[in-house]
Design a protein around this ligand. Structure first.
Ligand code: HEC
Ligand code: HEC
Length: 216
């Protein structure tokens, strides 16, 4: 009996170690491999259908209905698209398009989008509390999203520079309230105690971040 219990515990531990974190459909190794294998030239053709919503430039819409995509890290794009394809990130509008992406197409379209320059005319917030917001950003968000909103490709932290204010407001609130299920648990922990007012302020600040040079 004791042996059986020990065996069961060992099995459970091994199974846990192999299960990817629940917040993502692919593990880190798979995401990095796909991001590396993408062919931007081939991805341009796949992107044509995406351009209907996200625009040919990848700039999305200032009102935040469709996010800015251009210049996003290919690792982030692969993660988000794979999560939408698997239904881990709920997106009823895009799901029918996400499920048409094979791994190859997904990698290619991510490489293409990552190669587009980040636009600088994104939707920004009202600018009411920028001083206090900067303090919140520096304390809580900068460690992952970067001084200028550049994110971190290796860790799947998105570029937020050039992203639309209303889109980020919706995402930050959804992440706080558990509606965006694929969010990094470490970010959820940080944003959980935020009031609506604090989210408005910090996202307003983020909407004004600028990448130093346009990405290739
Ligand atoms: C019918 C409109 C539509 C089409 C077509 C579409 N998308 Fe989207 N996409 C959206 C919407 C809406 C969202 C934001 C959903 C939300 O608020 O969570 C989104 C979100 C995304 C995101 C997440 C961005 C982020 O910052 O996390 C990526 C990546 C993306 N789309 C890529 C694509 C690609 C690649 C294609 C083509 C294969 C595509 N989309 C086609 C509407 C569309
Ligand atoms: C531990 C790292 C980490 C911290 C700290 C963090 N984030 Fe994030 N954030 C992420 C990751 C990773 C994502 C992408 C969601 C995912 O798939 O996990 C994200 C996504 C977002 C998005 C949506 C971006 C998009 O393109 O859809 C917004 C907005 C955002 N974060 C705002 C914030 C704010 C505001 C703070 C500070 C209060 C913050 N984040 C702190 C890691 C972090």
């Amino acid at each position: 009996m004791k042996r059986l219990v020990t065996f069961t515990m060992m099995w459970a531990t091994a199974a846990l170690a192999q299960t990817p974190p629940k917040f993502t459909a692919l593990d880190a190794r798979q995401i990095s491999a796909l991001a590396k294998s993408g062919n931007a030239k081939a991805g341009a053709a796949t992107y044509e259908v995406c351009a209907g919503c996200h625009l040919p430039s990848g700039a999305g819409k200032i009102d935040g209905t469709f996010p800015q995509l251009a210049g996003q890290h290919s690792t982030v794009l692969v993660k988000q698209l794979a999560d939408m394809r698997a239904g881990v990130r709920d997106n009823p509008v895009m799901h029918p398009f996400a499920i048409t992406l094979t791994d190859t197409k997904l990698a290619d379209v991510a490489a293409y989008i990552a190669s587009l320059p980040v636009p600088h005319d994104n939707g920004i917030g009202p600018g009411n509390e920028l001083g206090a917001a900067m303090k919140l950003y520096d304390r809580d968000c900068k460690v992952c999203h970067g001084q200028r909103g550049e994110g971190d490709a290796a860790k799947f932290f998105p570029v937020l520079a050039g992203q639309h204010y209303p889109y980020m407001l919706r995402q930050a609130t959804d992440i706080r309230d558990g509606r965006r299920k694929n969010a990094n648990p470490d970010m959820v922990k940080v944003i959980k105690p935020y009031t609506d007012k604090e989210i408005v302020a910090v996202v307003d600040y983020m909407s004004r971040l600028n990448m130093p040079t346009p990405k290739k």
